[in-house]
Design a protein around this ligand. Structure first.
Ligand code: NIG
Ligand code: FE
Length: 406
């Protein structure tokens, strides 16, 4: 059955722009957008086909595409509030990691947790994200670090997509940190990822993308390249955590492998930005991690803009560097910290985030034929979405053509 959504204004994000339509109408058919345009055009061309259609009055709301959180580590055991306190006393993230804390402590807790425990705790966090209008989320593995536990995490990610009203993309981040059984043998661990983990997890149908943490306290560009080569041979797109704490050129490397995205990027160089532009690799900025680590080095937004690299924003929801439960808060921080305009922050959580997941043909903007994921905000202007900090803005979320009950 078709639905007619009337009495709204639209920021469609078609071609990455606001492309506003005032006094608009949307027709959805099942889970897709069937027609979109002004009320006037609708009256001229469609008023004769009104039988058998459910009408929903949106009361003058502003409609945006559903939000896409394109970088999360939302499945994990335990949390790291004790380390947070240590960091407040002056111990650095790198020092904590060197002492066996950091990612390693979350790996211990995640390995100990059952599937159901992980599902329960991650679902609670993701429900918080859904409140902001998130309709698609990427979830990374990376706290299992062996075949069984990475599989456990990716299976939980799959179950989240089956049990909550949200579309889930699953990313394998086996190259996140060194597991204890490979202490001082990082090349051997990379070999295990390449020869066993990726091929098996791919066979299990659990990987939509492969990610790696390219950093002096994680894996070198040469090691990451080995992982990318295998991903490429398995036809899986790649992504990277790069230039977060130092400039190793991971983002340029990722661009050579046509990565969907390079994420963090505080230490990005202009050369990296050029390489990313040439390969249409999205820059995913993570203001939550920037803030929570009290980083002082700002990503070079000027270089990204100069070379027309598309920018996405995401929560990076994780227990160590970004325990962030609001994507809308990231939009505000993207503006206040990284000087993105409200228009750019909206593109950053819709169409550009869709590109970062390879979903640009079906998600991220309101266009005929795309999935009918959208948010009808009870606001005066779209810039308000970026302006308010926290709270819960009045809105309706439409997921695959139906009003989501949340
Ligand atoms: O995106 N950079 C590496 N990975 C995560 C942190 C993970 C953790 O500390 O648990 C990040 O910041
Ligand atoms: Fe991350």
């Amino acid at each position: 059955m078709k639905k007619l959504w009337t009495n709204c204004h639209i920021a469609s994000m078609k071609n990455g722009q606001y492309s506003t339509i005032e006094n608009a109408v949307i027709i959805t058919h099942q889970e897709k957008i069937h027609w979109i345009g002004t009320a006037q055009d609708f009256n001229l061309y469609h008023s004769t086909h009104l039988e058998n259609i459910e009408k929903i009055d949106l009361n003058g709301a502003w409609v945006t595409p559903g939000f896409i959180d394109c970088h999360t580590h939302s499945i994990f055991g335990g949390n790291r509030s004790v380390e947070f306190e240590k960091r407040l006393e002056g111990v650095s993230y790198a020092e904590i990691a060197a002492q066996g804390g950091g990612i390693a402590s979350t790996v211990r807790a995640t390995r100990e947790a059952t599937d159901d425990e992980l599902l329960q705790s991650a679902s609670n966090r993701i429900k918080a994200l859904l409140k902001d209008g998130v309709t698609t989320i990427e979830i990374k593995s990376g706290y299992g670090l062996d075949y069984e536990n990475e599989k456990k995490m990716l299976n939980v990610a799959k179950r989240i997509g089956e049990t909550l009203p949200v579309t889930v993309k699953k990313t394998c981040l086996a190259a996140h940190a060194l597991p204890p059984e490979y202490k001082d043998q990082s090349d051997a661990y990379i070999e295990y990822i390449c020869s066993e983990m990726l091929p098996k997890l791919q066979q299990d149908g659990l990987i939509d993308a492969v990610d790696a943490f390219c950093e002096y306290l994680a894996f070198s560009p040469a090691q990451v390249e080995k992982v990318f080569k295998v991903a490429q041979s398995l036809n899986i797109p790649v992504k990277i955590h790069a230039e977060q704490l130092s400039a190793l050129g991971g983002s340029s490397l990722a661009a050579r492998y046509h990565a969907l995205s390079a994420d963090h990027l505080e230490y990005l160089t202009e050369e990296d930005a050029k390489a990313m532009s040439a390969s249409n690799t999205i820059a995913v900025l993570l203001p939550g991690a920037f803030y929570f680590l009290r980083e002082t080095k700002f990503p070079d937004i000027q270089a990204l803009k100069k070379h027309q690299v598309k920018i996405a924003l995401s929560t990076d929801l994780n227990p160590g560097t970004s325990p962030v439960l609001s994507l809308r808060l990231m939009m505000n921080m993207g503006s206040t910290l990284f000087k993105l305009t409200p228009e750019q922050t909206l593109a950053a959580v819709t169409i550009n985030a869709a590109y970062a997941l390879g979903l640009q043909d079906t998600h991220g903007s309101l266009e005929v034929g795309k999935i009918a994921d959208f948010i009808a905000w009870n606001i005066e202007h779209p810039s308000e979405i970026t302006y308010w900090l926290g709270g819960d803005l009045d809105k309706k979320v439409i997921y695959q053509g139906n009003i989501r009950d949340f």
